[in-house]
Design a protein around this ligand. Structure first.
Ligand code: URA
Ligand code: SF4
Length: 201
């Protein structure tokens, strides 16, 4: 495993980079997954939202956030006043990592090594889209963007200024689906997105 960097074409536009990502073998995750799931959205989106990795449905359909977590995110974005079509959605890791349990494929969290291996794609997306605001959805995204000691807690309701963009975050939409008290978890998620919508201007 060599990391994604050597697969990233130099000086290319987003569509060319996306096409190159389809052939990435920068870590072992491409072996068992169906396909690379690259980010989607306007190439000049002012807001980029970063998830963890594609899930089962994203893996088969080849698009980010089209499964259960994506539907929850869609609904919450709409309720918070975002136009999903105006947001660039991507993931820290571009291949689905899973364990097979019978016929089901159970999500496994990517390792730090895999996140780092894949980081050249995310870095290139951020460089080309050049958003004003980067929203980390969950801990894996927060660590991918800010480093291994970052947490979601320190990003919720707050903005970190970086030279190229501002960074904020909230929980991953999957965590809302798994929460014992889903109603409260969803309301908290909506509050965060309303703050983010406000801060995005
Ligand atoms: N979870 C993510 O983090 N990303 C997706 O694209 C889907 C589910
Ligand atoms: Fe490449 Fe990322 Fe897929 Fe690993 S997970 S093969 S680094 S695109």
């Amino acid at each position: 495993p060599v990391g994604a960097a050597e697969f990233v074409p130099a000086g290319a536009d987003l569509d060319t980079v996306r096409a190159a990502a389809a052939g990435c073998r920068g870590c072992d995750l491409y072996r068992n997954a169906t396909q690379t799931v690259f980010g989607e959205g306007p190439a000049d989106a002012p807001v980029v939202m970063v998830g963890e990795q594609p899930g089962d449905q994203e893996d088969t359909q080849g698009q980010p956030f089209v499964g259960p977590a994506g539907r929850l995110l869609d609904r919450a974005l709409g309720e918070a006043g975002f136009d999903r079509e105006a947001v660039y959605l991507t993931n820290a890791v571009k291949h689905f990592k899973f364990a097979e349990r019978g016929k089901r494929r159970i999500h496994k969290q990517p390792s730090r090594t895999e996140v780092v291996a894949c980081s050249a794609w995310l870095a290139t997306e951020l460089e080309l889209v050049a958003p004003e605001l980067v929203v980390c959805l969950g801990a894996v995204a927060a660590k991918a963007i800010l480093g291994p000691s970052a947490t979601v807690g320190e990003l919720r309701g707050q903005v970190v200024q970086r030279p190229d963009y501002r960074i904020t975050g909230t929980v991953h939409p999957s965590s809302v689906l798994r929460a014992p008290d889903r109603t409260t978890a969803y309301a908290d998620f909506l509050d965060d997105l309303a703050y983010i919508r406000h801060t995005a201007g």
